[in-house]
Design a protein around this ligand. Sequence first.
Ligand SMILES: [Fe+2]
Ligand SMILES: [Fe+2]
Length: 329
Amino acid sequence: MHVPHPRGPLTEELFGALRSGSDDFYAVLPVATSATGEDAALALWALHELHYRGFDDVPADLEWDPQLIRLRGVLERDLEARLRARFTPPEGLSFVDDVLGWIDDQDGASLAQHVHRDADRDQVVELLRVRSLYHLKESDPVTWVVPRLGVQAKAALVELQYDEYGTGDPNRLHHHLYAEGMRASGLEPSYADHLHLAPLEVLEQNNTLSLFGLHRRLRGAALGHLAAFEATSSLPSRRMAQGLERLGFPDEMVAYYTEHVEADAVHEQLAVRTICAALLEEEPELEEDLWFGAFTCLDLEDRFARAMLARWGVVTDDRDGRDDQEEVA
Ligand SMILES: [Fe+2]
Ligand SMILES: [Fe+2]
């Protein structure tokens, strides 16, 4: 993968500097402090990518360049402040006992529901492409959290991750299943090819996962996010699988979603009742961050779903987006 196309002044400056072979990023920092929107989000996505697979045209040792880390910090602080500003901790609820019911009560817009019943093939292809930014590195951001946990939470998280990584079989590894599904659908199984389609909301979903994973102090938010992610996957995965079948997508693409119907029904219990429960036993002061992570997961997905549905001309009602989605004639 090569450094992507810029989307504004910061990414112009940063990506040019990254490709130049220089290790002087001093001029980029002032541009970062005023960057917003897709420009800031894409810059942060690229800086995080240096910690995953990196870019063919950027030297690997820039991963730990102090000026780039400082730049990353500026963008991450802005992202975290915006995420926290949207969050109000629920009162009088216990995370372990109440989060699944609380999640059921949230009314987010649903892309899976649209794919199930109404979406056309082009919309689903677009969705598969923008989702590839996450699904082709599925579970990797959570792996950063493992060394930051006490023994009980660590053992339980690794049990979940072991499933995500295919229980020792590379052909069962979830991000590989997604790649196989893309390949069978005639899509390039590399997120570099689809990044330019990703709206702000998808960049921020991915940036948030990396932010939570890469900062030890945010381990509670990372696990709260994981719990909400797993708890909102099983039913939508069934709907996605049925929608893909309705539109004649190949078995490999359907298989990625059917794999998640049962797996994530198990994972939601493991995430809440074992991983988060163990974390709270060892570090009860992290309960509010568990809620922050769970809220943020649902909030980001709702914003992403609304952005895609708006792009496709599907109207969602603000109070009850999931039930009242309607196709505009
Ligand atoms: Fe998975
Ligand atoms: Fe899962």
